[in-house]
Design a protein around this ligand. Structure first.
Ligand code: IVH
Length: 661
């Protein structure tokens, strides 16, 4: 056998072993044997670069950084599903279908909480993997899909095959990922679906591989090419091709049987290793599917039953009182730990005093909590009927738990505030905000370090961060602080001095000034001095800023402590200016613009930047407030919506002309 033939053979063989291992959990050779074959393949591939194949097992583990994701138009629209929420609605759905064909069967499958992916194979090899996108146009995510070991790169079928399924993040991977995110001070993922989508759309394929995604296939796009007549047969055919298909599914003849299976799955749901948010019911026969057809959005022959938001009972052990950056007091429920929607929950927000009183909550009460697609779980109900005499009242504090100043409730607001600006809790929260990612983004200075340095009196104010270098010896005297580590931290602090004015402004934590407002203000005024000198009305007149924000900015700078803080930061060498791009009057100035479709001349982010420099606000969705839509190639639903609403549309050629003027 020639070496090139051997390469082909090894690729096939290794792929089969890999599928046996990952898809069937049933290794067909030992790890050592596998590694030996893999090494042989790597050696031969190195010798024969002309044989390069991105689908080779060797390539699944080679990381690459992508420029972006090309748009892909789907040959057949990727539809979504209508929803039903109870047995009655399932009965109605079944009745509609049984009216067409009284002998019809239904197949009930899990509804995975991930994202839909289409996989195309030609001559037995994967050629393209794309996301659903808006249903018509998705994104080419082939490079990231190759990192998922349960997706075959080669199949035993020469004819074209297109299958669709759901890429998801197993519960275990999701929990591990959020632990890691927390350690790195990165935002947590709200649910496995967001985490899966974020991973597949990451430009670094290594990141996607580490995220440990998986897939279930549930749709054989061109099944008719193979004479397949039903969904059940299509799933079996996909299984034969070694696609990962869920064995949990059931053929049912009527609504009662469907409901029975759904109830059974509702029980089993929490013990599955992946998240499901419902069950999908499909008419089994393709002939009937064809006959019933689809609406603009969803097939008439299928629907999704959605499980009710998961509610879990637990015990309220205590209520703690937190003080935020603005002094706002937030009560938090301390709970007996329970698992909700895939994560372990031991705390939940109680919002404010009114909420506690309206629920008539007592410490040691049984409570119901839910976590409807959100990170922050919520107490939704107290269960007073379950009291056993061990309950006691919760007394709302009169004084700040941290600095003991009297708490105040502002007119017309539900919240209480600690109004002492020197309250240590407020100071720490402000410092944490200042160093956070969207603000000054000082690496190595996370929440815990800030707290620690504050306790050690090393950092009591924002200025102190930049004076930390004067206290290096003291820092080094603490356990766990090495010369190298401290130098790195001090270096990061120094570097942050060069940050944009926008980041600094956001970091100062001026009420009403979020990161977007901070960018607009920095771009408009170009310097801290100009902003500080501006009259309230002048600030209020800036598009997207407004009166309330302007008042708050004036209040901030008029406070003597804040003016002094800015002076000190200037002396310490922080950048106080922003490169001002002259805002010429263009057709985009002051307009709310939406970009859609693919631009040939530049990427989305570049177009966005140019538009913002021209004084436009770029928004992600089309509404009545949109002034203009710029449509590139393959523009989808946003363009349709713009036309419906009568929003002016500009093509790329015209956009290039106007923006370059
Ligand atoms: S079939 C033409 N089956 O749910 C029918 N979809 O809400 C298309 N989904 O976009 C979908 N599990 O991402 C189907 N077993 C399953 C599914 C499933 C999850 C997703 C899919 C779809 C969304 C619709």
């Amino acid at each position: 056998m020639s070496e090139t033939e051997r390469i082909r053979q090894l690729r096939k063989e290794l792929e089969q072993h890999s599928i046996a291992y990952y898809v069937y959990d049933n290794p067909s050779i030992t790890d050592q044997e596998y590694d030996r074959l893999l090494e042989e393949l790597m050696r031969l591939e190195e010798k024969h670069p002309e044989m390069y194949d991105p689908n080779s097992v060797t390539q699944r583990i080679v990381g690459q950084v992508l420029d972006g994701f090309a748009k892909v138009e789907h040959a057949q629209r990727m539809l979504s599903l209508s929803n039903v929420f109870n047995k009655e609605q399932i009965e109605e759905f079944c009745a509609r279908i049984l009216k067409e064909d009284s002998a019809c069967q239904f197949i009930v499958e899990c509804k995975y909480d991930g994202l839909a992916i289409s996989l195309k194979y030609e001559n037995g090899a994967l050629v393209q993997a794309s996301t659903r996108g808006d249903g018509t146009v998705g994104e080419d995510v082939t490079a990231n899909i190759r990192t998922i070991p349960t997706i075959p790169m080669y199949i035993e079928e020469e004819r074209p095959v297109e299958v669709r399924g759901e890429v998801y993040m197993p519960k275990e991977s999701f929990e591990a990922l959020n632990v890691l995110q927390e350690e790195r001070h990165l935002p947590l993922f709200a649910n496995p679906r967001n985490a899966a989508a974020g991973s597949l759309r990451n430009l670094d394929t290594n990141v996607c591989r580490q995220r440990k995604l998986n897939i279930y296939l549930y749709y054989f796009q061109n099944a008719s090419d193979f004479g397949i007549e039903s969904q059940q047969k299509a799933l079996e055919a996909m299984e034969k091709l070694h696609f990962r298909v869920n064995p949990i599914r059931k053929l049912c003849s009527n609504a009662d049987e469907i409901w029975e299976f759904i109830s059974e799955m509702a029980q089993k749901r929490s013990s599955l290793p992946y998240e499901i948010d419902g069950m999908v019911i499909k008419a089994n026969s393709f002939a009937l599917q064809q006959k019933m057809g689809t609406t603009a959005k969803a097939p008439r022959y299928a629907t999704a039953y959605k499980f009710p938001a998961e509610e879990v009972e637990t015990r309220l052990l205590d209520i703690t009182i937190g003080v935020g950056r603005t002094g706002r007091i937030t009560p938090t429920a301390v709970l007996e730990p329970v698992r909700v929607a895939g994560t372990l929950v031991s705390a939940a927000t109680l919002h404010n005093r009114d909420r506690i009183e309206s629920y008539d909550l007592k410490i040691n009460d049984k409570v119901l909590i839910d976590k409807a697609g959100d990170i922050i779980p919520e107490v939704i109900k107290a269960l007073p009927e379950k009291r056993d005499g061990t309950q006691r009242d919760f007394v709302w504090p009169e004084f700040c738990p941290v600095c003991s100043s009297r708490l105040e409730r502002l007119e017309g607001e539900a919240d209480y505030y600690c109004i002492n600006p020197d309250c240590p809790a407020r100071v720490v929260e402000s410092l944490i905000h200042f160093v956070s990612r969207d603000a000054m983004n000082i690496d190595g200075l996370g929440d815990k370090k800030i707290q620690q340095f504050h306790e050690w009196h090393l950092i009591n104010s924002i200025e102190d961060i930049y004076r930390l270098k004067e206290k290096k010896d003291e820092l080094l005297s603490h356990k766990g602080y090495s010369e190298k580590g401290v130098d790195k931290l001090l270096d990061n602090i120094e570097k942050s001095k060069q940050n944009s004015l926008a980041k600094l402004l956001f970091g100062l934590g001026i009420r009403q000034v979020g990161s977007k407002a901070a960018s607009i203000l920095a771009a408009h005024f170009g310097s801290m001095d100009a902003l500080m000198a501006a009259r309230e009305q002048e600030i209020a007149d800036i598009k997207f800023i407004g009166k309330v924000c302007a008042r708050s900015i004036r209040d901030f700078f008029e406070g003597p402590d804040n003016a002094r803080l800015i002076e000190h930061l200037k002396e310490l060498g922080l950048n106080m200016t922003e490169e001002v791009h002259e805002t010429r009057e263009t057709p985009f100035t002051g307009k709310t613009v939406v970009l859609t479709g693919t631009l040939q001349n530049m990427g989305r982010s570049e177009a966005k930047k140019l538009l913002e420099e021209a004084g436009a606000s770029v928004s992600g969705s089309v509404s009545k407030k949109t002034d203009l839509v710029i449509a590139g190639e393959n523009a989808g639903s946003k363009l349709t919506k713009a036309r419906e609403l009568g929003v002016p549309v500009m093509d790329e050629e015209q956009f290039m002309k106007e923006i370059r003027l």
